[in-house]
Design a protein around this ligand. Sequence first.
Ligand code: MN
Length: 307
Amino acid sequence: MGDSDLTGAGSSTYANVFGFAGLPLGRQLDDDVDAVVMGVPYDLGTSARPGARFGPGAIRQASAQLRWEKRRWPWQFALDSSINVIDYGDLDYADGDSADMVETTTRHAARVLAADKFLLCFGGDHFVSLPLLRATAQVHGEVALVHFDAHTDTEQSDLEFYHGSMFHRGLQEGLLDPTTSIQLGIRTEFDTGSHELAVLDASWVNDHSADDAIARIHERVGNRPVYLSIDIDCLDPAYAPGTGTPVVGGISTDKLLQILRGMTTHNIVAADVMEVAPAYDPAEITALAAATIGLELLYVVAARTRS
Ligand SMILES: [Mn+2]
C-alpha cells in the first residue's frame, strides 16, 4: 500500500477508513458505475429495541472480514471483473426528523436508480424501505417484492413512520404488485385477509430445500422488476441476535444465501438489508451476516450482467 493511501486499498481488515468491502467511497454516478451501496442510519420507526441507526457502520466494519477474498466462494468470478460498485456513504438527515429522512432517502435513491444503477441499501430500521420503494416505483413502476422477514410488515396502521406497516402502505400507494410479490421466513401473526402477497412461512422454508424456495419465487415473480428486501430478523436469533425484534424459529444464514444465489436470472433493480442493531450483537455475528448477504447480492447482480 502506498504511503498516501488512506482508504486501505490493500486488504487490511483493520487499518484506515474504507467503504463497504473496500469499495471506493463517492457519489459520482459515472457511466462505468453499475451499482451503488448506501447506508441509511435511521431507527425512529422501531417498535421494540432501538439502535439500527448504527447498522450501516457496523456492517461496513464487519465487511472488512470479506475483503481478502478476491473471488467470494462459491462464485466463479471476481466481483470487480464484472461490475463497478461504489459506496455512496450514509445519508444524513436532521436529527429526529423522520420526514427529512424520507425526503432525503427518496431523493438520493431516485437519483441512483434513474441513472440506471443497481441500489443496495443498508439500514436502519425497516421503515426505510418505504422511501426506497417510492424511489424505485418512480423509476421502474410497480415492482415485485421479494421479502425475507420474521414479520410481514403489513400492519394496517395509521402511524406515519413505523417499521411494521410499510408494505401495507406500499400496496396502498401502488408501489408493489401484490400478485407477483412473495414473503419468506414469516413466523409471527398477520391478518391473512389484509393483503394478497404470497407467504412461505419459516417452517415451510426450513422444511424445504433452497431449490424449492427458488422455484416458488420464480413462479411468483416472473419477469417483473424485483425489489428485494431482507430484514436480518428473517434469520434465527442464533444467526442474527443483533436486531430490534428477534423471533426464534427462523432460517439459517446458509439457507438464505443459497436461495439468494438462485436469483441470478431475476431483474433485481434494488435491494436492502435492514434492522441490524449492533448493541445486541455479540461478536459481530449479525453485522457479518448482513455484510456477507450484501456482498453476495452484488454477486447475484453481477452474475446476471455477465449472462
Ligand atoms: Mn422483521
